[in-house]
Design a protein around this ligand. Structure first.
Ligand code: GLP
Length: 243
């Protein structure tokens, strides 16, 4: 397991950004999976800034996000499509046909289409992953089978409550998510899991030092042959001895 610990948050954000830029420079037709949330926001901004200052060829890069919300319009600011489009895909001038996102509809056929589109481009070269406080990756919540492919899932209840509040949709309107499955994620040629902040420290310890179990989806990454765990010092509090 490769564990990298950045001395502070800013260093972490810059190091994470260079994982993406380095991938694009070394393989200009890379297929790169991103993830949304607080952890990845600054990283996306840094990638965008560096591209603005020192433009490089992004015309053959394919970007997508590991998951998406369903039964909400793409225009909702919390949809992954909108977040990734605004934070990084448009700032890097990624052509529309190379920004692969599932539609926000809860249909199995959409899952198959999304996964097939990634496979048609040769599969995932780099998957950047955030870490849920309960150990989820993408929207693979605890208990997700390690063998699962891209599929429809339930939202985390706390997160769902926030989305309902922000969108004003009532309880009779079904919400959910569409996520790359654990198996699909594990087929990525390279994975970088990033986690920062003290509130992730305990889960980082469980993910890295605990058993590989479906109760902690991120623990499966211990078995990936090319996965780097990039952490800031706060998130790495209980695993510093492993780096
Ligand atoms: C959501 C996303 C995940 C992401 C996670 C971490 O659950 N579906 O893909 O990794 O949030 O979010 P944060 O970085 O805000 O802690």
């Amino acid at each position: 397991m490769k564990i990298t610990i950045a001395k502070d948050e800013h260093t972490f954000d810059v190091m994470a950004a260079w994982r993406i830029i380095g991938q694009m420079l070394s393989k200009p037709d890379s297929v790169i999976g991103l993830s949304t949330g607080q952890t990845t926001k600054n990283m996306h901004a840094i990638v965008s800034d560096i591209y603005k200052q020192y433009p490089f060829d992004t015309s053959k890069v394919t970007l997508f996000n590991v998951d998406e919300l369903t039964n909400l319009p793409r225009s909702y600011a919390g949809c992954c499509y909108t977040m990734i489009a605004e934070q990084i895909a448009r700032t890097l001038n990624i052509p529309e046909e190379r920004f692969i996102m599932p539609d926000t509809v809860a249909e199995e056929s959409e899952c198959r289409k999304f996964q097939a589109a990634l496979e048609a481009r040769g599969g995932i070269d780099l998957q950047m992953l955030g870490l849920g406080k309960n150990g989820h990756i993408g929207i693979n919540q605890p208990g997700s089978p390690f063998g699962c492919e891209t599929r429809l899932t339930e939202m985390d209840p706390e997160f769902e409550a926030r989305v309902r509040q922000e969108t004003g949709v009532g309880p009779d309107h079904k919400l959910g998510g569409l996520t790359l499955g654990v198996r699909t994620i594990m087929h990525s040629r390279r994975i970088v899991l990033i986690a920062k902040g003290e509130n992730k420290a305990k889960m980082v310890e469980t993910m890295l030092k605990g058993p590989v179990t479906e109760d902690i989806p991120a623990s499966v990454l211990q078995l990936h042959p090319n996965c780097e765990f990039l952490l800031d010092a706060d998130a790495a509090r209980y695993v510093a001895d492993m780096a």
